[in-house]
Design a binder for this molecule. Structure first.
Ligand code: HEC
Length: 170
């Protein structure tokens, strides 16, 4: 900032910049003040965030997942494996089947786009565990979606129990 500063003087390089002209005015004091304040604030905030409050995205993610697990409890893989196949489980499985599977396997399980689930022919195995595996992972190159990430282990186990019972499970 030299003493011969005169505001609102055109710098005169429109020829280099497609006719766009420019001034070289001083920054407004309020703007400069705000800028210096943010510079001074950032180490304070960083030190507080990392070393005093010990916050991190990973910790926040874990806390949110823990809160969600409490609010919407999911059965663990072990609980699913031990799940007793009661009439209620079959009824819930039927509802899950009707909501997700009918389009390809038919309301009566006799197939359509997907194979018949009532015959005794199984491409990927007809035990309850086999069906859980197929439904969880899907068969990507044949058009069977992978339901594990969509339904979660509990619903997969329930729909598999229904298919196993209503179809020709082995
Ligand atoms: C977009 C169509 C589609 C939907 C929706 C779908 N499937 Fe499938 N499914 C298929 C196809 C296609 C196959 C055949 C895979 C192959 O040939 O390997 C298949 C295969 C299967 C098999 C294996 C059959 C065997 O003979 O081993 C099971 C079990 C099964 N599906 C269950 C389900 C369940 C339960 C749902 C609902 C949660 C579902 N499917 C939803 C298309 C679908």
């Amino acid at each position: 900032m030299s003493d011969n500063y005169v505001p609102d003087q055109i710098l005169g390089h429109a020829d280099e910049a497609d006719g766009i002209e420019e001034y070289d005015n001083r920054l407004p004091r309020w703007w400069l003040g705000l800028f210096l304040f943010t510079v001074a604030w950032s180490p304070v905030y960083a030190i507080h965030y990392h070393f005093i409050a010990h916050r991190s995205q990973a910790a926040e993610y874990e806390a949110e997942m823990a809160a969600a697990a409490e609010r919407w409890p999911q059965m663990s893989a072990e609980d699913v494996a031990k799940m007793e196949v009661t009439e209620d489980v079959i009824a819930e499985g039927k509802a899950i089947y009707e909501a997700n599977c009918v389009a390809c396997h038919g309301a009566d399980l006799h197939g359509g786009i997907g194979p018949d689930l009532t015959d005794s022919e199984w491409i990927h195995g007809g035990t309850r565990d086999d069906i859980i595996q197929t439904v969880t992972n899907g068969v990507a190159d044949k058009g069977m979606p992978s339901w594990g990430p969509i339904l979660g282990p509990e619903k997969v186990a329930k729909v598999a129990a229904f298919v196993h019972q209503a179809g020709g499970g082995q």
